[in-house]
Write a protein that binds this ligand. Structure first.
Ligand code: NAG
Ligand code: NAG
Ligand code: NAG
Ligand code: NAG
Ligand code: NAG
Ligand code: NAG
Length: 526
């Protein structure tokens, strides 16, 4: 027994030394990352300005929830109809939200992440609300009224402003909290080292900066192997380094993604559109809304229902669909493979998470491919020969009216300074522009980010707050490009009655695929 204990304690000691060493490495990486992103271009500066979040409070010392935002002490009130009388389709509904703290007192500053939707469970209808922060503890949620009948307001506190103080600090201080590794091997010798977008040169480095796109990536050089013996890439792990009690700011059911109740009624009855009301106003509209479970786009486009395999196959006939990105795009490959019995996948013996995957329907000349984006993909081991930047993939396409490119890249960038994501998108946008220059009739579709279920660890690596900022940058980056369309996953998840999920459930995916297919096969007469 004593021997066993001795062995165990030795083992634990080793673990401790290893994790301590790792901590030092990640701290170094952190300061290095900051050096790497000092010089900003005017576009980068403008994007950073456009996602500025209000100041958030310092944390109380010692940490106590007392003065922090408490959804249970917060309420919303539907504001009465302005013109008096009744709600009509075409009107806007406003709800005033007042955040209170755990001691029941109203808060006097902003910066909480609050989301809202208007919905009706009977009609399977829902629309995302726009939330305005008044910076004094109150917020307004604004909803367009789009359907007749009942509509109820749902308001959710995603994070308190104090939680955002912590998330913000983590980006500054611990951008390497998710870390990466590569295996190197030659003959019988193998070694594993740490890799990242930028590493402090405390030891010799292998420089894998992509010569074509300029995307930086480095690994520490293995002691006994050359840099060209790199075999794979994988997520090394995640280090959670919160200060004492900070985790109390991220409690599901207490102060993270919790509904706020109505003071008074939470619902209204909406009457038909008034005759005198002209066409819709030019206020910023949501991308669309659900009605009877089906997504209807606002702002011109029409979404069709592709409810059976033959309708989908007919639309995809003679097309090559390139799906590139993270697992939220892989879901689309999986969905198409499931609903189209004639679309046969090859077994390429590739990695389950990263692909590459390929499926064909030879009779209809349909080819669907999936390829994951390169580093910093947080995957199990993916062969380094199969790690390919989206921009480089696009540069290999001829393009044309038979080519559809779908890009979804967002959730693996949350832990880095936003500059890493901005630069990746800039390099993808340059490739998209080159592709559209070569073949203007190529269709390019961008899937935005979406809300997800949040646990503590999920939050620290991938909070909706991180996603929201990246999502704004993504939209800005591809705004106004002809033949580049969005699938607004953010609004489609927020407006739906199913729970938020990194990988939205099948009914939501079905609606996203309907939007995609409606871009590929627009209605003949409009
Ligand atoms: C929090 O509030 C409770 C009750 O109001 C009080 O007993 C406690 O001392 C407060 N904690 C701190 C750290 O202020
Ligand atoms: C907060 O600001 C809004 C907008 O300026 C205002 O309507 C509201 O009355 C303010 N609330 C408080 C509690 O001061
Ligand atoms: C890595 O390689 C790129 C491209 O060759 C080069 O521009 C960059 O300076 C190198 N970085 C380091 C730290 O060696
Ligand atoms: C609508 O509001 C009324 C008044 O507060 C309430 O009695 C009713 O239960 C609400 N209906 C729904 C569906 O929530
Ligand atoms: C498939 O859907 C299309 C379009 O909605 C419809 O016209 C067709 O009848 C459906 N086919 C089958 C086999 O259900
Ligand atoms: C790399 O990609 C090829 C197909 O291009 C596939 O056959 C192979 O299995 C992939 N390897 C890994 C480790 O994913």
């Amino acid at each position: 027994l004593i021997l066993l204990l001795l062995i165990l304690s030795l083992f634990c000691c080793c673990c401790y030394v290893v994790s301590l060493k790792h901590q030092q490495t990640t701290l170094l990486i952190t300061s290095r990352l900051q050096q790497c992103y000092q010089q900003l271009s005017p576009e980068e500066r403008r994007l950073l300005d456009s996602i500025t979040w209000p100041e958030t409070p310092r944390l109380p010392v010692p940490i106590s929830l007392n003065t922090t935002s408490d959804p249970a002490h917060s309420t919303f009130t539907i504001l009465p109809v302005r013109a008096g009388g009744q709600w009509h389709v075409g009107d806007e509904l406003e709800a005033l939200i007042q955040i209170g703290n755990f001691q029941g007192r109203p808060k006097h500053f902003g910066g909480d992440l609050v989301i809202a939707r208007l919905h009706d469970p009977e009609l399977l209808a829902g629309v995302a609300g726009r939330v305005v922060d008044h910076l004094n503890g109150s917020y307004t949620a604004v909803f367009p009224l789009l359907w007749e009948g009942q509509a109820q307001v749902e308001v959710t506190l995603v994070h308190s402003s104090e939680a955002i103080t912590v998330l913000r600090r983590l980006t500054m201080e611990q951008p390497a909290r998710v870390y990466f590794k590569s295996l190197f091997r030659s003959g019988f010798v193998s070694e594993t080292t740490v890799c990242d977008v930028c590493l402090p040169p405390t030891q010799p480095l292998c420089n894998y900066t992509d010569l074509h796109t300029g995307e930086p990536w480095f690994c520490y050089k293995p002691k006994n192997l050359r840099c060209d013996t790199r075999i794979n890439h994988y997520k090394g792990g995640f280090m959670q380094n919160l200060m004492a009690k900070e985790d109390t700011l991220f409690q599901s059911g207490v102060n993270m993604k919790v509904s706020i109740r109505a003071s008074g009624s939470n619902n209204v009855t909406v009457l038909p559109k008034k005759q005198e009301v002209k066409s819709s106003t030019v206020k910023p509209e949501p991308a669309g809304y659900y009605y009877q479970g089906a997504w209807r786009a606002l702002g011109g486009a029409t979404v069709h229902q592709f409810n059976n395999a033959s309708a989908i196959s007919q639309c995809l006939t003679d097309k090559v669909v390139h799906l590139c990105g993270d697992s939220t795009i892989r879901q689309w490959f999986e969905h198409l493979s499931t609903v189209l019995p004639d679309l046969k996948g090859f077994n390429l013996h590739s990695s389950k998470q990263c692909g590459p995957f390929m499926a064909v329907d030879t009779a209809r000349n349909i080819l669907v491919k999936f390829h994951c984006h390169a580093s910093p993909i947080r995957s199990y081991a993916v062969s380094s020969v199969n790690l390919s930047y989206i921009a480089n993939e696009l540069d290999r396409l001829v393009g044309g009216s038979n080519t559809v490119v779908v890009i979804g890249i967002w959730s693996h960038f949350s832990t880095f300074p936003i500059e890493v994501y901005i630069r990746r998108l800039q390099s993808i946008r340059r490739a998209v522009l080159r592709l559209l220059d070569r073949a203007a009739d190529t269709l390019v579709v961008i899937r935005t980010g979406n809300l997800k279920a949040l646990t503590l660890d999920e939050t620290l690596t991938n909070s909706d707050w991180y996603s929201l900022q990246r999502d704004k940058v993504l939209r800005d980056m591809f705004k106004g490009l002809k033949n580049v369309h969005l699938v607004d996953a953010w609004d489609m998840v927020l407006a739906h009655h199913l729970p938020h999920n990194l990988h939205p459930q099948a009914p939501i995916i079905k609606n996203m695929i309907d939007v995609l297919l409606s871009y590929i096969c627009p209605p003949k007469n409009g």
